[in-house]
Write a protein that binds this ligand. Structure first.
Ligand code: HEC
Length: 162
């Protein structure tokens, strides 16, 4: 009986140490996020070439549109956040690819008048909790690579969790 409880205590202590280490790791890498942290998930992606995992989130307008199937075109006011982390394998389960270091958050903002030159989409990114829109030159680069998706309102993501 005594042995069993000692073993249980040791196990509990080991679990506590692991949890503390994991927490410390998460805290050390914790960046400041924008308002997208309260948005719902539309989809996820894993870029094999860039070794990044991503969460594609939508604001209220985006989620409402996705639920209604009203996505071609997406309505004005839609905002997507593509939040990326470097891929890493889980320290306790190497077959699992999980988010590592935060790699940045990009945005697409739908305003068919304001961003008429780039398919109605403004392209930007979050600097900490602030959404910063790209200048015309940089947006043109983003837009060029989204042009193959013209027939889908320039959007690659297929909402799967609306
Ligand atoms: C080299 C091509 C390429 C460039 C350049 C590019 N994108 Fe994308 N973008 C993609 C692809 C492919 C996806 C879908 C897969 C993924 O998650 O990467 C995507 C997805 C997105 C999404 C999620 C919505 C969607 O269309 O699926 C956002 C937001 C986004 N990109 C923003 C940007 C911004 C902002 C820029 C410019 C700073 C940019 N992209 C430049 C290829 C590109």
């Amino acid at each position: 009986m005594k042995n069993t409880s000692t073993a249980a205590l040791l196990l509990a202590a080991a679990a506590f140490t692991t949890a503390t280490t994991l927490n410390a790791e998460t805290k050390a890498a914790k960046p400041v996020h924008g308002e997208y942290k309260d948005w719902l998930t539309l989809s996820v992606s894993h870029r094999l070439d860039k070794h990044l995992v991503r969460s594609i989130l939508g604001n209220d307008v985006a989620i409402k549109a996705a639920r209604a199937g009203n996505t071609n075109p997406w309505p004005d006011g839609t905002i997507f956040a593509k939040v990326g982390w470097k891929e890493k394998t889980h320290p306790n389960w190497p077959q699992a690819v999980v988010p590592g270091e935060f790699a940045g958050a990009e945005a697409m903002v739908k305003d068919s008048k304001k961003f008429a030159e780039t398919g109605g989409w403004g392209f930007g990114h979050w600097e900490g909790d602030k959404l910063v829109m790209n200048d015309k030159e940089k947006s043109a680069t983003c837009f060029a690579c989204h042009t193959p998706m013209k027939d889908n309102d320039y959007v690659y993501t297929v909402p799967v969790l609306q």
